[in-house]
Design a protein around this ligand. Structure first.
Ligand code: SF4
Length: 395
């Protein structure tokens, strides 16, 4: 089973190389080497999305970000009966399928048991509460980083102190293999490249395929590692080349919010072809261009988390309005993940604001991880109506 998952990742890399999608190939290659280390018995920590990669890059332990590996698992359809597994394990019926699939991967031997879990209370409650539950179930350590989600100095200082405490805890268990200077340098280089990528994306809307952005948004978890710098530099180089012949043909411009069905690799291209539109941006591949300094390492990491567009619903709303403006967006699709108690509850607020601004908006629901919980006909029915509205309004 291990080999079959590994084999599928290896095939994806070859496929990307054959399509000359070299940044995705490099990115997957790096993930495959992480998987190889783990399969060879190197201890690893299972980590939630917003625990900064820089903190983990300092130590001699592999960090496996759970949403990312579950995403690869879903894209490769490694489990076809996740709902049966949910019933068998007593996993809450309202729990998110990302954590469920990760748990399945451990239980079925696709992944060995981690050394421990590292979780942040931002962004969602499902991820960290699963880690706490699973640390008890598997009898392994649980490291927790609390995020207050406030916007005052106290919450910022509290977060920086939490980060420092996590660093001290990890330092007491794992040898430090990189200096803070090295990690800060790699992180800043990656962020500079990402900032130049975003400049190009704003100057030439649609220059980057959204499918590519969705495949690579978890590069955020690699900040602090030099591999992230080369992947982002490759993306930047590709976009610079595309910019030379860039032309936009006045198709409606769509902004994609939330995630997307991971097992349907071609969904974005299908939508673009069927409705003659371009999905020009997606919020997930967007993260703050915050540079770090060695002197204020923990405070800067805390600031970066606070500047994240998902930090509060208000921040997200501001970011969306700014994207509408910069990219001249004609309409917005929001994919709401089943059972997610983080982004879908913000939909009424978004709907209200976007209706005031006269921006067509559609919410489509489904499960990004479980194909059996996605009704494709219904999905396209909603989009039919949405694009009829857009086409009536587009110049
Ligand atoms: S989809 Fe929602 S509940 Fe699931 S991991 Fe992401 S934020 Fe958390």
């Amino acid at each position: 089973m291990n080999n079959s998952f590994r084999h599928k990742m290896d095939l994806s890399i070859r496929f990307m190389v054959s399509r000359k999608e070299l940044d995705i190939a490099a990115y997957l290659k790096e993930q495959l080497s992480v998987l190889d280390d783990i399969l060879l018995g190197k201890p690893y920590l299972a980590v939630t999305f917003y625990v900064p990669g820089e903190l983990l890059a300092l130590f001699d332990v592999t960090a496996l970000y759970m949403e990312r590996i579950a995403g690869f698992g879903a894209a490769n359809r490694i489990c076809t009966s996740l709902e049966t597994y949910r019933g068998m394990t007593g996993f809450p019926y309202y729990g998110c399928s990302y954590q469920l699939l990760f748990d399945y991967m451990i239980n079925s031997g696709i992944l060995p048991k981690p050394y421990g879990f590292v979780a942040a209370s931002f962004a969602c409650d499902d991820a960290w509460s699963y880690c706490r539950y699973a640390s008890g179930k598997y009898g392994i350590p649980f490291y927790f980083m609390d995020v207050l989600n406030g916007c005052d100095v106290n919450s910022s200082e509290y977060l920086a102190a939490q980060l420092k405490e996590l660093y001290t805890e990890l330092q007491s268990v794992f040898p430090q293999v990189l200096s803070v200077e090295e990690v800060v340098d790699a992180s800043n280089k990656a962020i500079s490249s990402k900032s130049r990528i975003d400049e190009l994306r704003f100057k030439y809307p649609g220059i980057m395929n959204s499918t590519q952005a969705f495949k690579m948004f978890t590069i955020y978890n690699d900040l602090g590692r030099k591999e992230a710098v080369s992947v982002l530099n490759q993306t930047l180089e590709d976009l610079q080349q595309k910019a030379v012949t860039y032309a936009y043909n006045n198709e409606p411009r769509v902004l994609w919010l939330g995630i997307l069905p991971l097992y349907k690799n071609s969904i974005i291209q299908e939508i673009e072809k069927k409705y003659k539109c371009r999905i020009v941006y997606e919020e997930l591949y967007s993260f703050p261009h915050e540079q770090l300094s060695v002197k204020s390492f923990f405070n800067d990491l805390a600031k970066r988390i606070e500047k994240n567009l998902f930090y509060t619903p208000e921040k997200r709303m501001e970011a969306i309005i700014s994207l509408i403006d910069k990219l001249e967006i004609d309409g917005i699709i929001h994919f709401s993940q089943n059972n997610c108690r983080f982004l879908p509850p913000q939909v009424p607020l978004l709907q209200r604001k976007l209706s005031e601004l006269g921006i067509p908006f559609v919410e489509v629901r489904g499960d990004a991880v479980e194909p059996e919980c996605f009704n494709e006909n219904q999905f396209f029915n909603y989009l039919d109506t949405f694009f009829e509205i857009i086409c009536r309004g587009v110049k």
